[in-house]
Design a protein around this ligand. Sequence first.
Ligand code: C5P
Length: 232
Amino acid sequence: MGKDVIIACDFDSKQKVLDFLDLFTDKKPFVKIGMELFYSAGPEIVSEIKKRGHKIFLDLKLCDIPNTVKKSMSVLAELGVDMCNVHAFGTKAMMEAAIEGLTKEGKQRPLLIAVTQLTSTSEERMQSDLLINEKLEDVVMHYAKNAADSGLDGVVCSPLEASLVKDKCGKEFLTVTPGIRFADGDVGDQVRITTPAKAKEIGSDYIVVGRPITAAEDPVAAYNRCVAEFVG
Ligand code: C5P
C-alpha cells in the first residue's frame, strides 16, 4: 500500500470539480468526493471522474442498520470507488456487514475506512450530548480497534493520532489523515494540524488535503509540493 496524497474536492457542482481536475494534465491525483458533491452531482460523478483516470475516496460516512449498510455498500462497490467509509459508531456488526456488501467475487474490494469520533466533537460534547463518559482519546482508540477487529482497512484520524492507532491496531492498519497545512500556509478553521512532511514522519498512509490545494493560486504546484513532502 503506497503512501499518497488525496485531494478533498469540496466543490458544489460537477462543472467546478471537472474544471479543477482539468488542471492536472500529468499525474491524475487520488481525489475525495464528499457528501456535498455527491448529493449535488449524483452517483454519475464517480464514474465520470474515474474515467479520467483518478482513484476515488467516496466520503459518505455511512451509519445505519447492518442490512441497509451492506446493501448500500454493494451499490458503492459497483460504482468503482477505491476507498469508502462508515462510522465506527454503527458497531462491529454494521462494519462487518459493510465489508460483506463491498466484497464481490473476482473483483478487488474497495478499501473500507472507519470514522471514529469526528474531530468536530469535543470531549465535553461527547460526554454531555452522547453520554460517553470516557476520555476522547480512549474512545477513538477503542473504535479504531473495533474497526480493525471487524476487518476494516483503517481509520480516518488526526495525523497526531496516527502513531497511537498503529500501536493499537498494527502497522498495516491504514491511517487516513486530514488537517494538513503547509508550514507557511493559512490554517483556516482546522485546529489540530500538521504539515505533509510531519505527517510522513508520524506514519500517516494517506493525507487528505483540501483548501491548501484547491484554493491555491497554482493548485498543481501545491499538489506537487504535497507529494514531494509526503511521498518524497
Ligand atoms: O480544506 P481542508 O484541507 O481543511 O479539507 C479537509 C477535508 O477533510 C475536508 O473535506 C473535511 O471535511 C475532511 N475531514 C476533516 N476532518 C475530519 C474528517 C474529514 O477535515 N476529521
